[in-house]
Unconditional design. Structure first.
Length: 263
């Protein structure tokens, strides 16, 4: 004969099992809520970091916006507005005359250059001094534009990536084209928004280039007198790797100034 069952005991057992299941369920629910909160928090943090990174990239460093449109040459220096900073070479160095010399790129591209010490005495003096001290040798041409109306290659960054200077920034702007046109072969100083942010960087136009003059334009320091065909054939014709836009980025052919002379 089977032993008889105790209804009270069975009720208590069912209650314990039910209570245990409820506790397990409650624990699972709490864990899921906690995991969801952590997931949402992680997403917020990631989005926040991405937003901060984007702001940093857009407002400083190599991603800084140019002085004019995105196709315009720019430098990263940020001086006090309207004044020279640091030990700027004397404008007397240029001696109010034309200077001739050369730039060698990648040991194979030979550019003849002429600096206008009469129309751009301060900028010419800076470039002359930097060449004579060997500053440019070993620096890179980090940026190129191949837009329809802006064809240039930008060189002379102290850090090789569009940042840095030689310990000084200077102004004022000199010999700026009134019509914003920089003919093929122009050598001009790059800068950021302030006219006194010129330093070591310059750009060479390998095609007629028109730049917005609303922020003052760019100092034309001289011109290339020979070798532009070599520059195009060996460097610019290979195109660029898009950076800030499809028409603005690093030249596909890594480009270094391997020699610079002036006299």
């Amino acid at each position: 004969m089977a032993p008889s069952k105790n209804p009270d005991r069975e009720s208590r057992d069912r209650l314990r099992r039910y209570t245990a299941r409820q506790q397990v369920h409650a624990t699972q629910v709490a864990r899921r809520r906690r995991d969801n909160v952590l997931a949402v928090t992680a997403v917020v943090v990631v989005v926040g970091v991405a937003a901060v990174s984007e702001v940093f990239w857009s407002t400083s460093g190599p991603g800084a916006p140019a002085a004019a449109p995105s196709d315009a040459p720019s430098a990263s220096s940020t001086p006090a507005a309207g004044e020279n900073v640091g030990d700027v070479p004397s404008e007397a160095i240029a001696d109010g005359r034309s200077w001739t010399g050369g730039l060698t790129l990648n040991d194979g591209v030979e550019l003849g250059i002429e600096l206008d010490g009469a129309k751009a005495p301060q900028a010419s003096s800076v470039v002359i001094d930097l060449i004579q001290k060997g500053f440019y040798t070993g620096t890179t041409c980090h940026r190129m534009s191949d837009a329809a109306t802006a064809k240039f290659i930008q060189c002379g960054s102290a850090n090789g990536d569009g940042t840095g200077d030689a310990g000084f920034t200077f102004g004022p702007l000199e010999n700026v084209p009134s019509d914003g046109v920089y003919p093929t072969g122009t050598i001009a100083m790059a800068r950021s928004t302030d006219p006194y942010s010129q330093s070591t960087q310059f750009f060479i136009t390998y095609g007629d280039t028109t730049l917005d003059g609303s922020t003052g334009g760019y100092t034309v320091v001289g011109r290339v007198t020979s070798g532009l065909d070599q520059l195009e054939a060996q460097i610019t014709d290979a195109g660029l790797t898009p950076g800030t836009s499809e028409t603005d980025g690093a030249p596909v052919v890594p480009t270094t100034i391997t020699g610079a002379t002036i006299e």
